[in-house]
Structures are given as C-alpha cells and as structure tokens.
Unconditional design. Sequence first.
Length: 244
Amino acid sequence: MNLIAIDTATEACSVALWQNGAVLEHYEVAGRSHSARLPLMFAALLAEAGLHVSQLDGIVSGIGPGSFAGVRIGVSFAKGLALGSGLPVVGVSSLAMLAQAALVARAEATVLAAIDARMDEVYFGVYRAQAGVAMLLAPEKVCPAAATAELLQALELGAGGGRQIGVGSGWRAHGDALLASASGNLAEIDALALPHAAAALALAAPRFAAGQVQDAATLVPTYLRNRVALTKVEQEALRQSKRQ
C-alpha cells in the first residue's frame, strides 16, 4: 500500500510517503511559504521514491486545527490531488499528529497537545496510545490556556493522574497557564514540537487497512473556531486584564 500524507497547518510544511510500512518524509519549517514549497516538496518526494501519482493508493491530509491559511493550503492541495486521481482520503488532526509522535517513545503517557491559537487561546487535545495509535480522550477544543483545567479535571488528569507530557507551540506561548492547569503533573514538555506528516501516516494507515476512508469531496478543514482575530475592543480588554 502506497500512501502520501500532507500537512501545512502550522509553520511546518511536510509530506511523507508510506510504502508498505516504510516511511520517507520531507519536512521543513516554511513560515508562510507553504503554497510555494508544498508542490516542490511533493514532487521531490515522489521522485526520490521512484513513484508516480498513479501508483498511490490513498491521500492523507492534515486538517488542522492551526493557521487558517495553512490548513486551507494543505487541504486544498490534498483534495485537488485526490479528486484528480480518484483516490480515497483520510483527514488527520494536527493535534493528533503531535500526540502520535510523542507517544512513539512514551507509549504509557498521556499527551497534552497544544497549538498556539493566537487571540490568547490554544487548540488543545488530550491523547493516550491504543494499539500504537494516539486516541483522543475528549473532543478537541479552542479556549484560553487556563480553561484547559476543567477538561483535565473531568478526565481526572490533575495531580496523581499518571505520567503526562506536554507538546506543541501552545506550551511555548502559554506554558505557565497550561502547567497550572495540569497541576504541575508533567514529566516532560516539548514546546518546540510541530506536526509531522509522517505521524499522520501512522494514524491513517490502520484506517485505510480497515476501509475507513472518505471521498475527497467530503474532506474539510477543522478550524475549531470561525474567526481569526480579536476586535479592537477585545484587544484592549485583553491588554487591560494582563496589566491587572
């Protein structure tokens, strides 16, 4: 089975190829140049593997959450590729990719994946490994970092809730508030972690094997919210709250 995965939801841009279990990935931090870099990286990866699009069996697309523009670029590319080639697709969460990569060496841990959502919020998801795959314990959400405490308490992941690790840019931008929500019960934090398409392949391959795929026309981004910026009034209120 030949699968190709694409992710551009954050500042990272990556494409990865699954050839019967062997994985080849091209990855770079592209900033805002995803639309220019993605086609080149895609073509270079196929050329390195000696494959043509006609030899692929499916497309894996990162669907966010993350940068609105970045998510749209990746989903649009994957969707166009799948529609043009008649291939099935599987959409994978950016937060799940972070968790999957973290769980490779820490299978017993609970992963608190957080991506900086701007507007003083984080995209947040809690995962544990099940049969080698990161499984979501509660719906992903976007919220102020301090508000993640309620979710962790509901999942009984406060103090004494077992080994936890924090990953993602949300920990870099809002580490103090996230750490307080976790009641300090973290064994490790990787605030520099970004999603990788290779992790998306590990998540999607079992779904392809089980026939749990979707038609390209149904592939849509996951934004978790419907706006990209605070109003001027909200910006000033936020500044005032930080001064207090």
